[in-house]
Every structure is written in structure tokens, then in C-alpha cells.
Design a binder for this molecule. Structure first.
Ligand code: GLN
Length: 210
């Protein structure tokens, strides 16, 4: 196994609903401690945050209920906490949902998305995709996945499927519309841990988003 960075603090997993355990299993398998983030206080104890897949409508409701929206905005926007978002997580962070314009989002990731862009649960599929700077394809599992339909100026597209953008980077946020936690391939989580390392090493100096 490749040598991963072992963060000083646990990696947070936003635990409103969804594929929480699957991300935990992947990170524990890599020897990394995790913390289930359910309250604003938890955000002070972590060095990076995963937004799992699940159901974005339920998640936004629970985020309001737990009063996590403002603290998340503070940690992600002002403190540049490294984020990895998958599927519903990408929807939650986006600035707008084209086909559900009234659904609230966090507006921290400068993209517009289309929910369920490849169809319903029954249309789920697995497909090798090419990711920028990865030396071999990544087996991507798409389950009612969104796509990024409009990208802000600073947003880098990292992967496409059928010419639709399915992975992006916007400063401290990497978001993919598929489920890397459901494969044995740890490369996306490894890249996330590298950003966590950089963040842990720079937070006492000038905290930078990059
Ligand atoms: N379609 C779901 C939503 O809109 C996302 C699906 C997923 O996370 N697997 O929230």
C-alpha cells in the first residue's frame, strides 16, 4: 500500500445522512482516524471534511436543523478547510441546481449542477473514467449522479463522462459526482489527504486556499 499522510487530527465526515460508513471504512483501511460531524463544535476538531453522497434534500434540511450552515461556511470559505465531496455532497456545495432552482444549496463551490443527470437509481452504472493527472483510469460508480453544467472562472474540470463534467476542483474543494468510497481505489482519498497535510502544515501561518 502507498504511504498516506496520517493527519494529526481526525478527518471529519459530515454525518447528516447517506454513505457515511463507506467513507469511514475506506479511511480506516488507510489507517486514518475519522470523526462524525453532527454539530458546529465538531468542526473545531478536524483537519478536513468529507461530504458523502446520499439525498441532498434531506441533508440540507438537517443542516438547517443542526445550525451547521454558517459554521460550515466559515470553516470552508474563511479557514479553507480541505473538502472532498461526493455525489449529493457536490449538489449541496454548489451555487445552484439548474433543474431544482428552489432547492437551497451552500453556495461554496462555484458550479451549477443538474441533479440525477444520468437518470434514476435503476440507471446506475460503473465506468472507467480518466482523471486529470491520474496515470490510469478510475472505475467510477454513478448512482443518481449529478453533473456540473456550468463552471465558474476559477473552477478546474478534472474528469468528464460522455463529455459532461463529473469532477471539479475549486480551490480547497474537490467534488465528484460518483462514489470513490464504493471502490477499492483509494487515489481520490489519497489526494484529499495530501491537501489535509498541506493545511495542517500551514494553518499556524497564513491559511491559504489553493
Ligand atoms: N440524486 C441524489 C440527490 O439529489 C444524489 C445521489 C447520490 O448521492 N448518490 O441528492
Amino acid at each position: 500500500m502507498l504511504n498516506n499522510y496520517m493527519p494529526e487530527k481526525p478527518v471529519g465526515i459530515l454525518s447528516m445522512q447517506g454513505a457515511i460508513q463507506e467513507h469511514e471504512q475506506m479511511l480506516h483501511g488507510m489507517g486514518v482516524n475519522t470523526l462524525r460531524v453532527k454539530t458546529p463544535k465538531h468542526l473545531e476538531l478536524i483537519s478536513g471534511l468529507i461530504f458523502p453522497g446520499g439525498e441532498s434534500t434531506t441533508m440540507i434540511r438537517l443542516l438547517r436543523f443542526t445550525e451547521l450552515i454558517d459554521p460550515l461556511t466559515f470553516w470552508i470559505k474563511k479557514r479553507c478547510l480541505p473538502v472532498l465531496a461526493t455525489c449529493a455532497g457536490m449538489i449541496l456545495l454548489s451555487s445552484k441546481i439548474e433543474n431544482y432552482p428552489n432547492q437551497q444549496t451552500l453556495g461554496l463551490l462555484d458550479i451549477q449542477v443538474i441533479r440525477n443527470a444520468f437518470g434514476r437509481q435503476i440507471n446506475s452504472f460503473e465506468e472507467p473514467i480518466n482523471i486529470l493527472n491520474y496515470d490510469h483510469p478510475f472505475n467510477a460508480v454513478f448512482i443518481r449522479s449529478p453533473v456540473a453544467s456550468t463552471l465558474g472562472k476559477e473552477v478546474e474540470p478534472l474528469a468528464k463522462h460522455e463529455n459532461l463534467v463529473v469532477m471539479v476542483k475549486d480551490r480547497n474543494i474537490v467534488a465528484c459526482s460518483f462514489h470513490p468510497e464504493l471502490t477499492g481505489d483509494t487515489r481520490i482519498h489519497q489526494e484529499f489527504l495530501k491537501r489535509v497535510e498541506k493545511w495542517e502544515n500551514s494553518q499556524n501561518l497564513e491559511v491559504r486556499c489553493s
